[in-house]
Design a protein around this ligand. Structure first.
Ligand code: ADP
Length: 229
């Protein structure tokens, strides 16, 4: 479970408005949540606090009962293994094949070679990229690159998947494919948090929608679209 308890986040050089203020949000395990809001509303700050890249100025971000600000710097890499992350710009290693990109994530956690041989093909199959395992990112469409990034984000079995504008560079068809995969991943138990401006996808999915404005939650709909959020 993720809890933001009366969080305020003020960056060092930020004088007037804080990036987040009076910020309260609870996300239960197994949820699928969209986080929406205009540029500057605080969405990236929320993700940074969650990952322990920034610390709350007041209040607490609590993940599975642990106050993220209290995690020692040396332990943060281990804490971050709870999260798989995908980005608008995919961030694949460009000189590595799809297979090697996914394998890289497994090597970072010193996965056993036998487990890698089992898990990586399974992940690639799940995202529909078995035939592209030996391709370089430059040889893939945007949708395929995002699916490769998704395989990499999920191969270590994270509890939470964070998607930061995952469809920002994709056409509508590829966007839908990625969203369907996120839904499938969520059905198998992973909590999915999607930060997006993509109204069409929010409308399509009919999931929980949390709207941020000027650093606070202004709307939290259990199930809804972009407009009525
Ligand atoms: P969003 O992701 O919704 O666009 P952000 O979380 O990036 O919003 O930003 C929220 C507010 O915090 C904005 O006013 C932004 O200018 C400010 N901000 C973000 N990062 C920094 C930083 N490193 N230093 C100072 N101010 C920042």
């Amino acid at each position: 479970m993720i809890e933001f308890r009366n969080v305020e986040k003020r960056y060092e050089d930020q004088e007037r408005n804080a990036a987040l203020s009076d910020f309260n949000l609870t996300i239960e395990d197994g949820e699928f949540v969209f986080i929406i809001g205009d540029s500057g509303a605080g969405k990236s700050t929320l993700l940074k606090l969650l990952m322990g890249e920034e610390r709350a100025s007041k209040g607490a971000v609590v993940v599975d009962g642990v106050n993220v600000a209290r995690i020692r710097r040396s332990k943060l890499p281990y804490y971050r293994r709870h999260f798989g992350v995908i980005y608008q710009d995919f961030r694949l290693l460009k000189d590595y094949t799809v297979y090697e990109n996914v394998a890289f994530a497994q090597r970072v956690i010193a996965a056993h070679p036998q487990s890698m041989q089992r898990r990586i093909p399974k992940m690639l199959e799940q995202v529909g990229l078995t035939d592209k395992a030996e391709s370089l990112p430059s040889q893939l469409s945007g949708g395929e690159q995002q699916r490769a990034a998704l395989a990499r984000a999920l191969v270590n079995g994270p509890l939470y998947l964070l998607a930061d504008e995952p469809t920002g560079n994709l056409d509508p068809t590829s966007s839908q494919e990625v969203m369907r995969l996120l839904e499938e991943i969520n059905r198998s138990g992973t909590t999915v948090i999607v930060v997006t401006h993509d109204a069409a996808m929010v409308d399509l999915m009919q999931k929980r929608v949390v709207t941020l404005k000027e650093g606070s939650v202004v709307s939290d709909q259990a199930q809804g679209g972009y407009e009525n959020a």
